[in-house]
Design a binder for this molecule. Structure first.
Ligand code: MN
Length: 249
C-alpha cells in the first residue's frame, strides 16, 4: 500500500502544473468543509472522560495561584466534573469510547448534567495544561505571536481585550482565545461550564487558551479582586502548549 502511494505521489509531483492545480483544489475543498461543518476543527488531542494527572505540583504556581486553591480546585471541583460526567454518560447511554469533544459538539441532545460536567471536565483539563510555573517575560513567540499581532495589533492589546472578556463575564464562567470555523482568531467568554465546542454556545470554535473565572479559582488568594487574579495569571500561561494547539488547527 505504502509503495503504491509513494509511486503515485512521485508521478503526481512530476507533473508540476497539474500538481499545483490539484493541491489548490484539495485545500479549497478542505476549507469549504471547515466552513460548513461546525465543530470539525477539533484536531487537538481527543479527551476521554477520566481526569488526568496534574502536570505539576499543587504549589508549582505559588504567588500566582496558591497551593490550597490548586489542591481544592483539582482534587475536589475538577475531579467531581469527571466523575459526574461518567455517571451521567452511563445514565444517558453515551458510550465511554466517545471523546468529550464529540459529546460537546452535540451537547444539546443531553441533560444539563452532561452539559455542565462534560464542559467542566474539558475546561479544567485544558486549563491545567494552559499553565506552567512562572517564567520571566512570559509571552507567545513565532507563528502564534504573529497571528495574535495580526488580529489584535500587539500582544499587549490582546492581553487587554482577553482580560476584559474575563473581567466582564458576569458571575461564573470562562474567557477564551479560540479559532472559529473560518480559521479566524477570536476572543469571548461563556457562562458556567460552557465552552466554544458546544453546539449550544453563542461563540463557536476550538479553544486555544482559557481562563477559569469562577470564584473557586481565585477567591482564597484574591477574594473579590478578579482583575488582580487575571493580571497575575499571565505569568503562568504555558504559551508553548497554546502554540502546539494552534499548530494543529
Ligand atoms: Mn474551576
Amino acid at each position: 500500500m505504502k509503495h503504491t502511494q509513494s509511486n503515485s505521489r512521485r508521478k503526481f509531483i512530476k507533473n508540476t502544473a497539474a500538481g499545483t492545480a490539484l493541491i489548490s483544489l484539495g485545500l479549497a475543498g478542505l476549507d469549504s468543509f471547515a466552513g460548513t461543518t461546525k465543530n470539525n476543527l477539533i484536531t487537538t488531542p481527543s479527551m476521554g472522560f477520566d481526569q488526568q494527572p496534574l502536570p505539576y505540583a499543587y504549589n508549582a504556581l505559588e504567588d500566582v495561584i496558591d497551593a490550597m486553591t490548586m489542591e481544592i480546585h483539582y482534587s475536589k471541583h475538577a475531579a467531581a466534573y469527571s466523575k459526574n460526567l461518567k455517571d451521567a454518560a452511563k445514565a444517558e447511554g453515551i458510550e465511554s469510547t466517545r471523546t468529550v469533544e464529540q459529546v460537546l459538539s452535540e451537547v444539546s441532545k443531553y441533560s444539563m448534567k452532561v452539559r455542565n460536567n462534560a464542559g467542566g471536565h474539558y475546561n479544567h483539563e485544558l486549563f491545567w495544561q494552559c499553565m506552567q510555573p512562572k517564567t520571566k517575560d512570559n509571552a507567545p513567540t513565532g507563528t502564534l505571536l504573529a497571528a495574535i499581532e495580526k488580529s489584535y495589533g500587539s500582544f499587549a492589546s490582546f492581553k487587554e481585550k482577553f482580560a476584559d472578556a474575563a473581567k466582564n463575564r458576569f458571575g461564573s464562567g470562562w474567557a477564551w482565545l479560540y479559532i472559529d470555523a473560518y480559521k479566524g482568531m477570536k476572543l469571548g467568554s461563556t457562562p458556567n461550564q460552557d465552552n466554544p465546542l458546544m453546539d449550544i454556545s453563542e461563540i463557536k470554535g476550538t479553544p486555544l487558551l482559557g481562563i477559569d473565572v469562577w470564584e473557586h479559582a481565585y477567591y482564597l488568594k484574591y477574594q473579590n479582586k478578579r482583575a488582580d487574579y487575571i493580571d497575575n495569571w499571565w505569568n503562568v500561561v504555558n504559551w508553548s502548549y497554546v502554540q502546539q494547539r494552534f499548530d494543529k488547527i
